[in-house]
Design a protein around this ligand. Structure first.
Ligand SMILES: [Zn+2]
Length: 88
């Protein structure tokens, strides 16, 4: 009975997504990834990522914050749509 449960858990682990972190040997880690994530418990699977904005040590002037990048993409999409010059 308990053994059935263990076997079912093992079957679940076998079907789990695999961690793709690069190991020191060069290949992917291949540990089962955290549920809903792409990395295992040893490779930041539960991490929420680096701090956003000023909290990030690599922050310089905000040129590459998610909002700034998104705004530029939005502007470029508008230019692409309405900025066509008639040639002819
Ligand atoms: Zn891993």
């Amino acid at each position: 009975m308990n053994q059935d449960r263990v076997m079912a858990q093992l079957a679940n682990i076998r079907t789990a997504l695999r961690c793709g972190a690069k190991t020191r040997a060069g290949g992917p880690c291949q540990c089962p990834a955290i549920w809903g994530r792409n990395r295992c418990r040893l490779h930041g699977g539960r991490s929420t990522g680096a701090p956003k904005g000023l909290g990030n040590g690599n922050y310089k002037d905000g040129t590459f914050t998610a909002e700034a990048v998104e705004e530029r993409q939005w502007l470029r999409s508008i230019v692409r749509t309405y900025g066509k010059v008639d040639k002819g």
